[in-house]
Design a protein around this ligand. Sequence first.
Ligand code: CP
Ligand code: NVA
Length: 319
Amino acid sequence: MSTTRHFLTDLDFSQAEQTKVLDLALAMKADKYGYTPYAGPQTVAVFFDKTSTRTRVSFHAGIAELGGSPLIINSAESQLGHKESISDSAKVLERMVSTIVWRTYAQSGLEEMAQNSSVPVINALSDDYHPCQLIADLLTVREHKGALAGLKMTYLGDAANNMANSYLLAGVTAGMHVAIAGPEGYLPADSIVAAAKERAALTGGSVTITTDAAAALQDADVVATDTWVSMGQEEEKEARLSLFTDYSVTSAAMKHAKDDAIVLHCLPAYRGYEIEADVIDGPQSVVFDEAENRVHAQKAVMTWLMVASGLAEDARMEL
Ligand code: CP
Ligand code: NVA
């Protein structure tokens, strides 16, 4: 009997699995309606505890393109997490839907959902990780740069947030040299850095954590950033806006990176803060390719999990 596979953190895919998911995403991008693991249509429930544009729309579109029926639920309008335990919710949902997607705060909630669910559970962003975003980002890098292994990918800004963690873990899983730069006190947790180093040792990637933005940017192939005020941190906004100014992705900062470096931002972006308008709206920016790739990447993640869990068959997929 197959064990259900979930996608809760960037480490849930090995390097080989991540490569296969990216291969599948590219194939799906070229054949939008050719894969139907949710034929029936089977339902996929997508819960949001936080706001969203891209994740909401890309999951809805992707599930429909996979032959399924998307059910998008604002958690506040459901019982999940406040009127009913996560484990009871999982035991109900697994009898009704083929996959559970959840954007939430605590990573522990996703883990509890997965522990109680016989259908795949997917992290659509938590306080700690945004792994679906990184599959889209790596797909975008592959499209623009070819192979991932050996490239240098640099992230600047709030280096303690979900995107920093995911760039680090997904990047080293791909065999990339990942540099993360932010101010003291806003760097990835020791446990994340240790996990990244362990994964890098398997893939030939490497980990650099620094407070020196220029050093992190030196010869980078890929430069990424994210908002300085993540969802749930709104009350800290005033204090946070002055913390990260040395880590803004400006035209001057980009001079340290390779001339042909590409720029990623998961969006929404705050021009004049974490990224200068001239950079995000300039020729090195690939942020709208990145946004579109959320659809293709998540279709591949959902399909891969369904097939790997023994819940769907697709003869074109070699796992
Ligand atoms: N990048 C991203 O996850 O965007 P949304 O918050 O709009 O879903
Ligand atoms: N770090 C941001 C990402 C938004 C997609 C947040 O968590 O709000």
